[in-house]
Design a binder for this molecule. Structure first.
Ligand code: 8YV
Length: 316
């Protein structure tokens, strides 16, 4: 294929370098910053047939409309909550995501956050580094993980992978979904308040988007209670962040382990000062192996599209 006959695509980013290399081998790539003013797009960009984006940026109706020849959106994420899927469908634009390849790593991080939060690992690390231990200060006793009731909000692929990991140590695993999951070995709790009340650790693993917005609100946090811990590896928007900050500040819940926030990379400053909170910069899928597998899957979807074949992992 000559340089001129290669499909034009937009890298809506910045994107992960290994993914960029794969894109540049195949396509004529135009980089558009995620916060670019769409009114002033370079006219060459308007010929793009595909857009490659990722979880926290997605694709609005406005970027789709700014690219009149757009056929496909390839997402470097499993989450497509920031993609206007209805608009894509209405415009006949295909959308792919990256399920499965990241499930294990996201579940691992959830379990890591669970232990780090319940066992004060991050706070104690800071205490040792500060020299306080050496000066004779005594670390506070932590809660325990073994035997506790683990509540999983959203028993999808990632929720099930988390359940498998905690099953050997949990007292019981319960879950809340909109509907009971057929054939799940775990106990379904239909009422979200009762679910939170029964959970010692509540792990948010549901997908994001408008239907899940602020699913975890002040009432759920109060039901989780003063000894309860919340872990979130899903989307910041699933938790009412102001209610979470207030519940943590008043010690109405015991702690939180958070990989995701409402307005990433902004993290509410009140959380920064809290020792009972463990913070991560959205690292769920961020291993060398998984990010490469995600990039390969994005490329496989684009290759399928331009070969006129069904997408490997279609959303639309
Ligand atoms: C990524 C994610 O952080 O898959 C998702 O939904 O949120 C993540 O895996 C992201 O898309 C990569 O920047």
């Amino acid at each position: 294929m000559t340089e001129n006959s290669r499909p034009i695509i937009v890298a809506y980013g910045p994107l992960y370098p290994y993914l960029m290399e794969g894109l540049e081998r195949r396509f004529t790539v135009h980089c558009v910053a995620a916060d670019a003013d769409l009114a002033t797009l370079d006219p060459a960009v308007r010929n793009a047939r595909a857009l490659v984006s990722f979880g926290s940026v997605g694709a609005s109706a406005a970027i789709m409309d700014a690219l009149p020849k757009l056929e496909m959106i390839g997402l470097f994420s499993v989450g497509y909550d920031k993609v206007d899927v209805d608009h894509a469908r209405a415009q006949g634009i295909r959308v792919s995501n990256t399920p499965d390849v990241l499930t294990d790593d996201v579940a691992d991080l959830a379990v890591g956050l669970l232990y780090a939060t319940v066992r004060n690992i991050a706070a104690n690390d800071r205490m040792v580094r500060s020299g306080a231990w050496e000066r004779g200060e005594k670390p506070a006793l932590s809660g325990r993980v073994t035997g506790r009731t683990i509540g999983i909000l959203g028993l999808g692929r990632i929720g099930r992978a988390i359940a498998m990991r905690v099953a050997p140590v949990a007292g019981e695993i319960i879950y809340h979904n909109r509907r009971k999951a057929p054939e799940s070995p775990y106990r379904y709790v239909a009422d979200p308040i009762a679910f939170a009340r029964e959970s010692d650790v509540l792990i948010v693993a549901t997908s994001g988007g408008p239907e899940a917005a602020k699913l975890v609100d002040a009432a759920i946090l109060d039901a989780l209670g003063a000894e309860g811990v919340i872990i979130n590896i899903s989307r910041g928007s699933v938790i009412d962040e102001n209610a979470l900050v207030a519940a943590l500040a008043d010690k109405r819940i015991a702690g939180a382990g958070l990989d995701v926030f409402v307005a990433e990379p902004h993290v509410p400053s009140a959380l920064m000062a809290m020792d009972h909170v463990v913070l991560q910069p959205h690292q769920g899928s961020a291993t060398v192996q998984t990010r490469a597998a995600m990039a390969d899957l994005v490329l496989a979807n684009l290759d399928a599209h331009f070969a006129g074949k069904p997408l490997v992992t279609p959303v639309v």
